[in-house]
Write a protein that binds this ligand. Structure first.
Ligand SMILES: [Zn+2]
Ligand SMILES: [Zn+2]
Length: 84
């Protein structure tokens, strides 16, 4: 059975489902995951991930798939984003 993720808890690291423990956004609650599930906020000149702060400018030629594969590692305390 698939969890409907009804009970979500989140902070500025991300959001997690309280029932199944799956990370739903960003690094999950309390930064439980080391890779960011990006949530993009669109701006005039590009978009920025709400959680890791990764920035993709409209001039930068990243395909939608590449953007999804942008890995932001939090294991050193600060997000370090690289293309996988
Ligand atoms: Zn769930
Ligand atoms: Zn992110």
């Amino acid at each position: 059975m698939t969890c409907p993720h009804r009970r979500r808890i989140g902070d500025n690291y991300g959001m997690t489902c309280e029932d199944c423990g799956q990370v739903l956004e960003g690094y999950g609650y309390w930064g439980q995951s080391h890779t960011c599930l990006h949530v993009w906020a669109e701006y005039e000149g590009g978009k920025e991930c709400l959680y890791c702060g990764a920035w993709v400018g409209t001039g930068e030629d990243l395909t939608a798939q590449e953007v999804d594969e942008l890995l932001c590692d939090l294991s050193n305390g600060e997000p370090a984003c690289t293309l996988s």
